[in-house]
Design a protein around this ligand. Structure first.
Ligand SMILES: CC(C)(COP(=O)(O)OP(=O)(O)OC[C@H]1O[C@@H](n2cnc3c(N)ncnc32)[C@H](O)[C@@H]1OP(=O)(O)O)[C@@H](O)C(=O)NCCC(=O)NCCS
Length: 183
């Protein structure tokens, strides 16, 4: 069982180069930058945002999901200069099965520096060490090689492929499920 006390104060996490802090309403510009970039969404079944209000609504949902103990969404900030580079979270938190899904994305300017690997490692480590999760999984569009590698580096195993399970931009998306079981 997940100790619900972990939701009493939002956890700030640290990696070698990043601070991970709660997504704020002020992060709408970051969320918009990611979600309005069709290349960043190429492996994600989502219609691109066309106005920043959609990003603000997403940030508000992240906050209410935290208050309802359903999710933790972090903004990834470069410690050196305070630049927010992306965001991610543990969501779909299920206290009965001690399980959660992990998701993440970086604004394209910040790809290729290993930031997501650091951030995902920190979120997963928090899920294991503090939340005592038994299972963490991720959905990855086949061909999203960097995302697959990040999960494999952390010991996630590919469990299978859900075919045509998501739909956006007039096409179906397969999704591989990557899972990590913590005994
Ligand atoms: C996927 C994403 C998060 C990767 O973040 P990143 O920090 O730029 O990742 P990197 O480029 O540093 O690569 C991460 C790892 O994948 C490897 N990699 C990158 N591109 C690769 C490729 N084409 N083939 C094989 N491995 C690749 C890197 O070598 C690195 O592995 P290492 O840590 O063992 O050296 C980022 O590209 C992104 O935000 N994409 C859009 C959103 C998205 O797809 N989110 C994930 C949804 S499941």
């Amino acid at each position: 069982m997940i100790d619900q006390k972990i939701f009493s104060k939002f956890p700030v996490l640290h990696t070698e180069r990043l601070d991970l802090r709660q997504v704020l309403l002020d992060d709408a510009d970051l969320i918009y930058a990611f979600n309005s970039d069709i290349e960043a969404l190429s492996h994600i079944a989502r219609d691109p945002f066309d106005e920043v209000d959609q990003a603000a609504a997403r940030a508000a949902t992240f906050r209410s999901d935290y208050l309802e103990h359903k999710a933790l969404w972090w903004t990834f900030v470069l410690r050196d200069n305070g630049t927010p580079v992306g965001y991610g979270g543990l969501f779909g938190i299920d206290a009965d099965t001690s399980a959660a899904e992990v998701g993440y994305g970086l604004v394209r300017d910040h790809w290729g520096h290993g930031y997501a690997g650091e951030a995902v490692a920190a979120m997963v480590s928090y899920g294991i060490g503090t939340m005592r999760l038994h299972r963490i999984h991720a959905r990855v569009h086949p061909g999203n090689a960097a995302s697959e590698k990040i999960l494999e580096n952390l010991g996630f195993l590919k469990e299978g492929v859900l075919r045509d399970v998501e739909y956006a931009r007039s096409q179906y998306f397969d999704m591989s499920i990557y899972g990590l079981i913590i005994p």
